[in-house]
Design a protein around this ligand. Structure first.
Ligand code: WT7
Length: 656
């Protein structure tokens, strides 16, 4: 975040209570009700969660223990038997919701589909049987590399139904990134599509899968199940590749949900950290089901007349928890949109809201900032009066963007839930409950009931009110990640040892800086580690550096974030070249392209700065802080005494 944004957040004093009408009809109706829930949950979290698990979800068999906490490893609802696909589908079929719209889908070129709960259930069962026919068994990992089409959700639910573990890889990631994730997760099968629509062009996903699988280091993938979406000529490898529509016509629509252990793995989802390659965040069944169910219910305040739309991609945790599992577990109508605002249709989001009468809308600050730039005339030309609640996620929202969202999209009547959470937390952690908690622009407000959040120093002490510190969680919660796939030690190191455990009490380190104000409101400032947030997407600086260094021209690379008006942050790479290579505009272009090939378009550096050397400490550590200031065009301040060669700094300045 830029200095000016931080400044404006620090001075933000406006408060927006929900209207009396909103509160009266809300799930949680007042601050007192929130406080009661919060206190009850804090005094006995296990009892709190157990009561909700009992009343809100279907279990094939009840658990023995609510929580088995062997820090930092948690087990929730031990020995309970449950299936999240059953909770998202089957249990609604015995009610009037059977014929309610479960999924409303709008394709980018304007095609659309609505699946009722009965239809979605049928399709999931067929898909599950197809997976079984292709050899997928309980516990196997399945890669899902899909565009935003209903079959992406169908594939996830089908895996969950038979106890296979899905590993969704965002369709915007490159073949290389896909390959690495398939290898790490030892996937047995990949679900993909011939292509998907992205800004008026076809993204040929199957071609990327072929490219990934051509690498001989991928040894576990036996089959590829291909959904026909865009219809272009697609090569199919006999024996390995199968069309979904061919199988769908012959597989049975009967597939009972497999009773899973509460702690059986539900999915792996890769996310970037400050070191090493992306980690496979592991989520399990029972706790995740309960946590996404409750957060969806109370935060998005869903009831049966709502049409709920989250604009995320299913390739990210937001899509998992708040397009698929949370809304469907609640029997809600969830909208899925394949497209993105683009020059040929900059008002497409507002069209979707008007067309389907969306009532609850959840998007990212980066999107809101892009809309501000496009102008009010676009939303103003549509009827957005169906909206009653708005949400944001992904990065801190600057108060100006918040106010625009409130005024132009929300017509000054819709509460805004600014939801702080992470891939690791499984669900939303700090957020207003919209009927209960007055909002302040730029603050995610208060912790969800059952979440013991705190602002701490690196010794684990709570810092005083309004002082900056590290955002931390003091007690386990049902939706928390269980481990890093294949690397429990990395899980411990990354999340539980930055703050030293005290008397057997462990504190979860989120990696964000934050403060808490005099009303107990949390203000999240952004990452405190080498993780960038580019347009709401997490990127490890080291990942981009490794991609750059894998190019023959690059000797060394250091990547930092530069504040960007639209994207929040932009990637700036400082690069030194191997002997004979010369800096040039062409090489700069080539390196940018190289990073896109290695990771995906989201990692494309906005700027490459060639330099003779990088500023380092005497022990050889790159001083990123200096590079950040340089990239931002700011005065380099603070201590530079540890800099090994002070002339490097002057040269870098001149170079800019
Ligand atoms: C990081 C997690 C989980 C949703 C999508 C991102 C930042 C997320 C907020 C918010 C301030 C936020 C944090 C966090 N973040 N939401 N409302 N206010 N910052 O998931 O890719 O796992 O990234 O996103 O820095 O650590 P993710």
């Amino acid at each position: 975040m830029s200095e000016s944004t931080i400044e404006s957040i620090l001075q933000e004093k406006r408060v927006f209570p929900p209207s009396a009408e909103f509160s009266q009809n809300a799930q949680i109706k007042s601050l007192e009700d929130y406080q009661k829930l919060y206190d009850k949950a804090s005094s006995d979290p296990e009892k709190f969660w157990a009561e909700l698990a009992e009343s809100e979800l279907h279990w094939f068999q009840k658990w023995d223990d609510v929580l088995d906490w062997q820090p930092p490893f948690a087990k929730w609802f031990v020995n309970g038997k449950i299936n999240i696909s059953y909770n998202c589908l089957d249990r609604h079929l015995t009610t009037w919701r059977k014929n309610k719209a479960a999924l409303i889908w709008e394709g980018e070129p304007g095609d659309s589909r609505t699946l009722t709960y009965a239809q979605l259930h049928r399709e999931v069962c067929q898909f599950a049987n197809a997976l079984k026919e292709l050899g997928v068994q309980k516990g196997d990992r399945v890669g899902v590399y899909m565009p935003m089409i209903p079959e992406a959700a169908v594939a996830m639910l089908a895996c969950a139904r038979i106890g296979a573990v899905h590993s969704v890889v965002f369709g915007g990631f490159s073949a290389e990134a896909l390959r690495d994730r398939l290898i790490d997760g030892q996937a047995k099968l990949v679900v993909t599509a011939d292509g998907g629509w992205r800004k008026d062009a076809i993204v040929p996903l199957k071609v990327q899968v072929d490219k990934a699988l051509a690498d001989t280091t991928v040894t576990t993938v036996e089959k590829v199940l291909v959904v026909k979406r865009t219809g272009q000529e697609t090569e199919m490898e006999p024996g390995r590749d199968h069309w979904w529509h061919d199988m769908q016509s012959s597989v049975s629509p009967d597939c009972p949900a497999e009773p899973m252990e509460s702690e059986d793995m539900l999915f792996v989802l890769y996310t970037s950290g400050s070191t090493g390659k992306p980690k496979g965040v592991v989520h399990t069944t029972g706790g995740y089901n309960l946590y996404t169910h409750m957060t969806t219910k109370w935060i998005f305040d869903l009831n049966d007349t709502d049409v709920y739309w989250c604009t995320a991609d299913v390739g990210w945790i937001t899509g998992h928890s708040y397009i698929v599992y949370g809304p469907l577990s609640n029997g809600a109508t969830t909208v899925m949109y394949e497209g993105a605002p683009r020059s040929s249709n900059p008002g497409c989001f507002w069209d979707v809201i008007e067309k389907y009468g969306v009532t609850v809308f959840y998007t990212a600050p980066t999107a809101i900032r892009a809309f501000i730039k496009m102008g009010e005339q676009l939303p103003n030309a549509r009827n957005l009066s169906s909206l009653r609640l708005l949400g944001t996620v992904g990065e801190p929202i600057n108060p100006e963007a918040w106010m625009w969202y409130h005024r132009v999209i929300g017509g000054e009547r819709c509460p805004i839930v600014d939801t702080w959470w992470q891939t690791e937390t499984g669900g939303i952690m700090i957020t207003p409950l919209p009927g209960a908690i007055a909002t302040k622009p730029g603050s995610a407000t208060r912790p969800f009931p059952g979440i013991i959040a705190d602002i701490v120093d690196l010794e684990g002490n709570t810092v005083p009110e309004n002082e900056g510190g590290y955002l931390a969680v003091r007690y386990p919660w049902p939706g928390m990640m269980r481990t890093v796939y294949g690397d429990p030690d990395r899980f411990r190191r990354t999340y539980w040892e930055h703050i030293p455990p005290k008397d057997g009490k462990y504190t979860y380190f989120a990696g964000d800086g934050a403060r808490k104000d005099e009303d107990g409101y949390f203000w999240v400032m952004g990452r405190v580690d080498d993780v960038l947030n580019v347009a709401g997407h997490r990127l490890g600086t080291m990942e981009v550096e490794s991609a750059l260094v894998s190019h023959p021209a690059v000797a060394e690379a250091a990547v930092v974030g530069k504040p960007d008006e639209l994207k929040g942050e932009e990637v700036v790479a400082f690069v030194t070249l191997e002997g004979t290579y010369q800096a040039s505009e062409e090489l700069s272009k080539e390196l940018k392209k190289h990073v896109v090939n290695e990771i995906g378009a989201i990692a494309r550096p906005g700027e490459i700065r060639f330099t003779d050397s990088l500023p380092k400490t005497r022990s050889g550590k790159i001083m990123r802080r200096l590079l950040r200031s340089l990239a931002a065009g700011e005065e380099v301040t603070g201590d530079t005494s540890t800099l090994e060669d002070r002339s490097v700094l002057d040269k870098l300045r001149e170079g800019a």
